[in-house]
Ligand binder design. Structure first.
Ligand code: FAD
Ligand code: DHB
Length: 390
């Protein structure tokens, strides 16, 4: 088998890249280890920055998004009986975000890809060879047999646990890793959501009330790293959510919980995002802590840069954009890591915090509550930095 761009992974990074390349007439094949049902059902992110929504429009895949997504114009932070209410468009130049599940984005991109170029599910890449040559090869297993896909370029879009980053010689990558001393327990519930996206800092720990539809709530509570989910029966989750969000039963309606999962909270950046003819994008290269909802949006921003660079290279032999790919992306990545780390540090309870550090955290929240400038900092990063600054 042969293609111009071999893409490993059918998450948001791989699928956005495939559609961008197909639009520009570049031949590509997507190899995905899991089944189509599995990737379409994987519950994760839900907040789309304006730039990600614009990308869906450009690719002609925004029809259902415009019908079913909800627009968020406000962001609330609750702490010690106080409320910070951010008017996002007012603070951030008219920009807002859309609420639309990541798995819905993935479904829309896969449906569009079915009519565009080739994608193989249950095709697990097991090795990427020759990345320092002009003909890298992806070896993969499909239906019990081993195959080789010869490419001009390989895009490693296979997430944090994939093989692409592991194919780069260890001494060629600088790794910056920070693991926070807690996780997030996330649920989906059949219940009316809170009126606005609400983050809470409480002595018991962080909580977040988001949503997926007018009848589906997406809720998170801070929990231990490697939390045993069996220790969180539904009643305990609701009790903690009421306490941390300071929300009574009328405001926080309890419904049937139909999905539960624990997410680690970490920052990770591997640089550069390129080795020879292998380019890393999305979670394969970096993880941001979930506070602020940036991971999917960062994956989309990476592949927008990568697609433009690959098209210039494969169409016209011009490698200048490809040479700048890693540096261009990493500027946005580090600003986003900075913001997500700031929001994480601001809103969580740190087991090792002294009373001094706790008072500083609450003073910071109190400062934001009274400062238009500080609110602007939170809001303009939340809606997404403009692409030009990348
Ligand atoms: P992935 O989505 O991980 O996709 C990688 C794909 O590669 C997978 O389908 C995987 O099966 C496949 N793969 C792996 N190995 C191989 C192999 N060897 N061969 C072939 N295929 C392989 N981000 C936001 O922007 N907003 C949010 O609100 C948000 N909330 C989140 C909430 C939770 C609970 C979690 C867990 C994450 C959240 N994120 C959020 C982060 C976001 O989900 C990720 O950043 C995003 O999925 C990254 O996309 P990706 O395509 O890079 O990687
Ligand atoms: C959601 C996830 C986040 O990480 C966040 O900061 C806000 C909302 C969500 O899943 O809806």
């Amino acid at each position: 088998m042969r293609t111009q761009v071999g893409i490993v992974g059918a998450g948001p990074a791989g699928l956005f890249l495939a559609l961008l390349l197909a639009r520009d007439g570049i031949d590509c094949i997507v190899l995905e280890a899991r089944s189509r049902d599995y990737v379409e059902g994987r519950v994760r992110a839900g907040v789309l920055e304006q730039g990600t929504v614009d990308l869906m429009h450009e690719l002609g895949v925004a029809e259902r998004l415009m019908r079913e997504s909800m627009i968020d114009r406000n962001l609330d932070i609750r702490f010690e009986g106080q409320l910070i209410h951010l008017d996002l468009p007012g603070l951030a130049g008219g920009r807002e975000v859309h609420i639309y599940g990541q798995q819905e984005v993935v479904k829309d991109l896969i449906a569009a890809r079915l009519t565009a170029v080739q994608q193989l599910f249950e095709a697990e890449s097991i090795a990427i060879d020759g990345i320092d040559t002009a003909r890298p090869v992806i070896n993969f297993r499909h239906k019990g047999e081993q195959h080789a896909l010869e490419c001009d370029v390989v895009a490693g879009c296979d997430g944090f646990h994939g093989i692409a980053r592991a194919s780069v010689p260890q001494d060629a990558l600088a790794v910056h890793d920070h693991i926070f001393p807690f996780g997030w327990l996330g649920i989906l519930s059949e219940s009316r959501p809170l009126a606005d996206m609400t983050y809470a800092n409480h002595d018991h720990g962080f909580a977040l009330a988001s949503r997926r539809s007018p009848r589906i709530s997406r809720l998170y509570v801070q929990c231990a790293v490697d939390e045993d989910i069996a220790l969180w029966p539904d009643a305990r989750i609701w009790e903690e959510l009421h306490i941390r969000l300071n929300a009574d039963h009328d405001e926080l309606v309890e419904g049937r919980i139909f999905q539960k999962g624990v997410t680690p909270v970490r920052s990770f950046v591997a640089a550069p995002m390129r080795q020879g003819r292998l380019f890393l994008a999305g979670d394969a290269a970096h993880i941001v802590p979930p506070t602020g909802a940036k991971g999917l949006n960062l994956a989309a921003a990476d592949v927008r840069v990568l697609a433009r660079a690959l098209t210039a290279f494969l169409r016209r032999g011009d490698d200048r954009l490809l040479e700048g790919y890693s540096d261009t992306c990493l500027r946005r990545v580090w600003k986003t890591v900075r913001y997500s780390t700031y929001m994480t540090t601001l809103l969580h309870r740190f087991p090792a915090h002294s009373t001094f550090e706790r008072r500083i955290q609450l003073a910071e929240l109190d400062y934001i509550a009274g400062s238009h400038a500080a609110q602007t900092v939170v809001a303009e990063n939340y809606v997404g930095l403009p692409m030009e600054t990348a």
